[in-house]
Design a protein around this ligand. Structure first.
Ligand SMILES: *Cc1c(COP(=O)(O)O)cnc(C)c1O
Length: 416
């Protein structure tokens, strides 16, 4: 039987434990929602003071050059690149994940147009915005594109065929925490003649990703989840070098122009990753992303993944053994190789249980249907947090405390 003392010993032996000091976390909270909104790096407050106080307040417009504002999307992209197996000059940090998905899906459909293929394969359980963006783009194009939605990861292989133009998948499912085999699916999709787009919203900074080794076609993802970039911080887009010369996207704003300050009357795309940009970025928000990325410079993704699986294995085992009398169903795969960095557990009264947990300071969130999500961010979550969260969960279930906590904060309304 695992004890709380065992968990404390795991924390003492954890090489990543000192990184927790780089974040602000309230003492009375066990934060298990970093998969939705990452915690704040301590450095972000000082960086915000600098950007708002000095760069904007004093230096004014000179900061576009002097403070490097204009170069930030590409500079941050290069800092982020090693976390996803991308090369220098292949990643831009800009716009939102939804917008970047629109760009790369449009580019991929354009590249596939000569083949006559008209099918986009994805999962019905994909993050809704990804589905909506694909629906919106294809309806607007009005060229007979169809979505082929599969209901389980096991059906994917067979669903990808010689009609498939693009396979568009989220690496780690936001609801179930299921992790796809990125390399194998990319290989399969391309062998069928399809292009492969990955959404890394729930992977970047949490699981090892090697887009380069997989030879994927395009990728997008969030910075405000495991990368701790701040609420609503701009997202990233990956266009590998081999596709850049023929990558065209319809949001061809002036930041994507080869010579933005020439103010030419017609568009001429930049030769490199800059062509994935659109227009002026939210500089204050963009600047804070670096504080989150800086923390990764002191570790590596293999160590992060090892700790992530240590935390999720422990949490699953504690729920299995200590809450065995209750109607809890593990939604997330038990097989570590198929698991991202959050654990989803269904309970018939999942919403009420999550509300009771949050009222007791254990912050996870809730997703339909009846699923409680618990995110484990290896940079700041401790093994003892898993223990304490399960202790509170057990107390709530043993004593029926969720039956009385019928209202409260369940984070249903926040982005994932
Ligand atoms: C969080 C998330 C998004 C969020 O997109 P926004 O444009 O930032 O709202 C998109 N896709 C997936 C898979 C996500 O998990």
């Amino acid at each position: 039987m695992i004890t709380r003392a065992d968990c404390l010993a795991l924390d003492r032996a954890d090489p990543l434990a000192p990184l927790r000091e780089r974040f602000i976390l309230p003492d009375d909270v066990i934060y298990l929602d970093g998969n939705s909104l990452g915690a704040r790096p301590k450095a972000a407050l000082e960086r915000a003071r600098q950007v708002i106080g000095q760069e904007w307040g004093i230096d004014l417009i000179r900061s576009w050059n002097h403070a490097g504002w204009f170069e930030m999307p590409l500079r941050l992209g290069n800092l982020l690149a090693p976390l996803i197996g991308a090369a220098e000059g292949e990643v831009a940090v800009t716009d939102s994940t939804s917008i970047n998905l629109f760009k790369v899906l449009a580019a991929a459909l354009q590249l596939q147009a000569p083949t006559g293929r008209r099918v986009i394969v994805t999962e019905r359980g994909n993050f809704p915005s990804d589905l909506y963006i694909a629906e919106g783009l294809t309806a607007w194009l009005d060229r007979g594109y169809r979505m082929r939605l599969v209901d389980s990861p096991a059906e994917l292989h067979a669903a990808i065929d010689d009609e498939t133009a693009v396979v568009m998948l989220t690496h780690v499912n936001y609801r179930t925490g299921h992790l796809h085999d990125l390399q194998a699916l990319t290989r399969h999709a391309q062998a069928q003649g399809a292009m492969m787009i990955w959404d890394l919203a729930h992977s970047a900074g949490a699981v090892e990703v090697d887009l380069g080794a997989a030879n994927a076609d395009f990728a997008v993802g969030c910075t405000y989840k495991y990368l701790n970039g701040g609420p609503g911080a701009p997202a990233f887009v990956w266009v590998p070098r081999r596709h850049q010369a023929h990558f065209t996207q319809p949001l061809s704003g002036w930041w994507a122009h080869a010579a933005p300050f020439a103010m030419a009357p017609s568009f001429d795309a930049d030769a490199g990753i800059r062509r994935a940009l659109c227009g002026t970025q939210p500089v204050v928000s963009l600047a804070l992303i670096e504080c989150g990325l800086d923390v990764f410079a002191d570790t590596d993704m293999a160590s992060i993944r090892r700790k992530s699986l240590g935390l999720t294995n422990l949490f699953i085992e504690l729920v299995d053994t200590r809450c065995a009398d209750h109607p809890l169903t593990l939604v997330t795969p038990r097989q570590p190789a198929e698991r991202g960095s959050h654990v989803s557990i269904a309970h018939p009264q999942g919403l009420a249980v999550m509300r009771a947990l949050i009222a007791r300071g254990v912050i996870g969130d809730y997703r339909e249907p009846a699923i409680m999500r618990f995110g484990f961010t290896p940079l700041y979550t401790r093994f003892v947090d898993a223990w304490d969260a399960v202790a509170v969960l057990r107390d709530i279930l043993d004593n029926g405390l969720h039956d009385v906590a019928t209202t409260g904060d369940d984070h249903r309304s926040v982005v994932t």
